[in-house]
Design a protein around this ligand. Sequence first.
Ligand SMILES: C[S@@+](CC[C@H](N)C(=O)[O-])C[C@H]1O[C@@H](n2cnc3c(N)ncnc32)[C@H](O)[C@@H]1O
Length: 295
Amino acid sequence: MNVSCALSDARAILSDQTEAEILLSFAMRRKREFLISHPEAKILPTALRRFRMLSAKRSSGVPIAYLTGHKEFYGLDFCMEPGVFIPRPETEILVEEVFNVYRKNYELRMTNYKLRICDIGTGSGCLAITLAKHLSKAHVTAVDISPKALKLAKKNAQIHSVADRITFFKSDLLDVIASKVKQSPFDIIITNLPYIGLNEDNFVSKEVLDYEPAQALFGGETGLELFEKLFQQIIAMRFKPQWLIAEIGFSQQQALAKLIKKYFGNTAVLWKNDLAGLPRMFTIFFNKSASLRSA
Ligand SMILES: C[S@@+](CC[C@H](N)C(=O)[O-])C[C@H]1O[C@@H](n2cnc3c(N)ncnc32)[C@H](O)[C@@H]1O
């Protein structure tokens, strides 16, 4: 069988042509571009069997990133495995925001400044690793409550050659860190916490609910429980970070604004929308000696 026939057969169970190409290229261990430019290329029987098995799994709902073991985030390739949250493209705005804060508040004022970042709920390590990769002097502390996530994040850090600038901790948010800290530990805390409310699971696709870890999705009854706990931990820290940058659910801005006011008073908060115009991120600035400026 050749590439063109295999892709055409797959249409019976896979509606998405791109996904079929990704799975076939994975099964053939060839680049997708090769498949597209060589529709006549013959497929070895083992590769064809693999492709059919992967297509069947995909049609039953298994996320493609778990099948191929890979997911791209901010132009970098990350190893994936079931049990660990799959990075979403919308989370890339957090990376942009850190660059923005760094450029405007550190890079120009303090040459060679070693930015200290903490990534809470690191998952596959996509945020921690992307930041370490792009900010060559930064040191990142990455925490997660899931040992499986931490193991994968460490592997990804090694693959991207930034393991020497990331320290990993198993911790419930900042629990472990706060007790170890003797001096101001972080300039920036960045986080993509689980923020789906338990009563909101009807907004989440079956594919996500069935295959991605619940611990990475749900943030208690309202979805805000982990935010509240994190705010309490920050209040209790003797040395506060300067910035807190977090992804939020598209309907959470109002409730979070109230919570931020409750814990941090009239601290400056910047909200940012995603490409669909929905609020998906906030930045809190804790130190009055620098200004909060939008991109
Ligand atoms: C939405 S995922 C984000 C993963 C990754 N940062 C990303 O953006 O793709 C949330 C992560 O937080 C972790 N997590 C959940 N509860 C936590 C807690 N109490 N303390 C630390 N990490 C937690 C989950 O294991 C999961 O890896």
